[in-house]
Design a protein around this ligand. Structure first.
Ligand SMILES: [Zn+2]
Ligand SMILES: [Zn+2]
Length: 218
């Protein structure tokens, strides 16, 4: 058994590789968040010619989640003549793309996408932030995005296979790992695959072995 999403990075905002995941669904490349380190990684890792659809889900507009979104759209449009699909609940996503000079022709903002359900959460003041539930590859996935609380996600845990969760050693704008570790073990014992992400102190967090599939994760 292996997890569904692959990662481009699992670092916190000041780390080397912004937190970002991807999934390849036939000829569609799905990317979750596109922070400032992500564009270069996508360029190196994928040949965008091979995909008829490129879709980016954006959880919120911090730079480590959307900082190279405009660049990816420009690149895909001018080099490969492909529109990027954007899936986001962020109130200012359109404004963000406008002020970063992203041509309207180069992307589509999708209203509906694979029955994704966005889950509003609390992260920082003055920025609307979302996690979501989605089914990919036959698996029900719950993904927190950046969050300082677990509560909005708990009503969904009974119906999921995999839970991707933002954890931090120090807390603040993110869930403090020590505060939720017992809950995470409880969920793991229910048979849910727990995948930790956006880690500020990886050694500390990974010293508690919650994850089963360490080999696949970067
Ligand atoms: Zn972040
Ligand atoms: Zn954030």
């Amino acid at each position: 058994m292996s997890i569904t999403l692959n990662f481009l990075g699992r670092d916190s905002g000041f780390g080397e590789q912004n937190n970002s995941a991807y999934y390849i669904d036939g000829d569609e490349l799905i990317i979750i968040d596109c922070g400032y380190t992500v564009f270069n990684m996508i360029k190196k890792k994928f040949d965008l010619k091979e995909y008829s659809k490129i879709t980016v889900i954006i959880t919120h507009l911090h730079n480590d989640h959307a900082g190279s979104l405009g660049q990816l759209i420009l690149y895909s449009w001018f080099v490969y003549h492909k529109k990027v699909n954007i899936v986001s609940n962020c109130l200012k996503i359109k404004e963000y793309l406008d002020i970063t000079g992203t041509p309207k022709d180069a992307y589509d903002l999708l209203e509906d996408y694979k029955e994704i359900e966005f889950i509003k959460t609390e992260h920082v003041e003055h920025l609307d932030s979302y996690g979501f539930k989605i089914s990919l590859g036959g698996k029900k996935i719950l993904y927190t995005g950046d969050t300082r609380i677990l509560d909005p996600f708990l009503p969904y845990v009974k119906e999921i296979d995999e839970f991707y969760i933002d954890v931090s050693r120090y807390g603040g704008a993110h869930i403090k790992f020590d505060d939720v570790v017992d809950k995470l073990f409880e969920l793991k014992n229910m048979g849910i695959e727990i995948i930790l992400m956006h880690m500020d102190d990886r050694e500390y967090i990974e010293s508690v072995s919650i994850e089963k599939e360490m080999d696949k994760l970067i």
